[in-house]
Design a protein around this ligand. Structure first.
Ligand SMILES: [Zn+2]
Ligand SMILES: [Zn+2]
Length: 165
């Protein structure tokens, strides 16, 4: 979304409300197991503070992904806070700021960047997800399988014995 900021660039303290529904359907390559809900929502404001344009607001998005441990599909709703700074292209040596040109601020890239940064590195359905049994594949959150733990230990010892032969 391109926001025309010509009304606020000359006036310290002036601001514009921004309400935006964006599209994430192009973001599939992020991770094959993650499906973003196509639309995301941003509600916020761009304010002129000392010649810098500050974008702030709430970003809402949702995705579906497999739990890393038990492989169940889980829906996750994310509400994150966005705070970014734009500088005009002539002042673009400012680090950590996005650039705008010709009184137009494009908020698309910073919003997508914020979404990608907010994505959890490990997607799990809950902190105490028990995962799958390594032997029979049962989802241990729902049932206890009868795989014999002692057998498992034995077979590991067998492997070690072979290894040291
Ligand atoms: Zn899980
Ligand atoms: Zn099992």
């Amino acid at each position: 979304m391109r926001v025309n900021v010509s009304d606020i660039v000359k006036t310290e303290g002036a601001g514009i409300d921004v309400n935006y529904y964006g599209d994430l359907s192009g973001l599939r390559e992020f991770d094959n197991s993650v499906d973003f809900k196509p639309s995301f929502k941003f509600t916020g404001r761009i304010v002129n503070l000392g010649g810098l344009l500050k974008l702030s607001g709430e970003l809402h998005f949702e995705f579906v992904a497999d739990c890393l441990r038990c492989l169940e599909r889980i829906e996750t709703v994310m509400d994150i806070e966005v705070k970014e700074v734009f500088v005009e292209v002539i002042d673009s040596d400012e680090a950590d700021a996005y650039i705008y040109e010709g009184n137009v601020v494009d908020i698309e890239k910073p919003l997508i960047d914020n979404i990608l940064l907010a994505m959890p590195t490990k997607i799990i359905c809950s902190d105490d997800c028990k995962g799958l049994c390594k032997h029979c594949g049962a989802n241990l959150n729902f049932k206890n399988c009868n795989c014999d733990e002692s057998k498992i230990v034995d077979s590991r010892m067998e492997i070690l014995k072979d290894f040291f032969k």
